[in-house]
Design a protein around this ligand. Structure first.
Ligand SMILES: [Zn+2]
Ligand SMILES: [Zn+2]
Length: 150
């Protein structure tokens, strides 16, 4: 799906939810959508400054808080970074595979993993308020490059 389509879809959702999709929020949304993989708030700030020269760290953090609250982006806890979500229209379970070599992040949506995880929490009488399931390693392409002796 093109970034333009994603933007239009996000606009419609914001309208339905009665929340404001301000120009800065749009800018950060677009920058996130263009970026492959996870991006830190400071890298985002550098990019945002090309569009909004006066942008400060709180500008980015406030916009990211909004995008997180709307489910448009995810936080990658282990990298302290953010990831654009292609599936933001629906609520979904999430697990992440993160390549240490090239930075690729694969977003999985396996309901069974979440159910098993929640079941274990319940068995311990534990009430989950937030969770992240993240694994680090090497992606298919990086592993293939390694095996050819590169
Ligand atoms: Zn997602
Ligand atoms: Zn990789």
């Amino acid at each position: 799906m093109s970034i333009q389509h994603q933007l239009e879809r996000a606009e419609r959702l914001c309208e339905q939810r009665g929340v404001r999709f301000t120009p800065t929020r749009r800018h950060v949304f677009t920058l996130m959508a263009e970026h492959k993989g996870a991006v830190s708030a400071y890298d985002l700030l550098d990019r945002l400054r090309e569009l909004e020269p006066n942008a400060k760290p709180p500008t980015v953090y406030r916009a990211l808080d909004f995008l997180l609250s709307q489910g448009f982006v995810h936080k990658v806890e282990s990298l302290n970074a953010f990831l654009f979500c292609d599936h933001f229209a629906e609520h979904h379970p999430m697990q992440l595979l993160i390549c240490n070599h090239c930075g690729l992040v694969i977003e999985l949506h396996d309901e069974a993993i979440n159910q098993a995880f929640n079941l274990q929490a319940e068995r311990h009488g534990f009430g989950i308020t937030s969770q992240s399931i993240e694994a680090h390693g090497q992606c298919r392409q990086c592993r293939a490059e390694k095996n050819t002796g590169d």
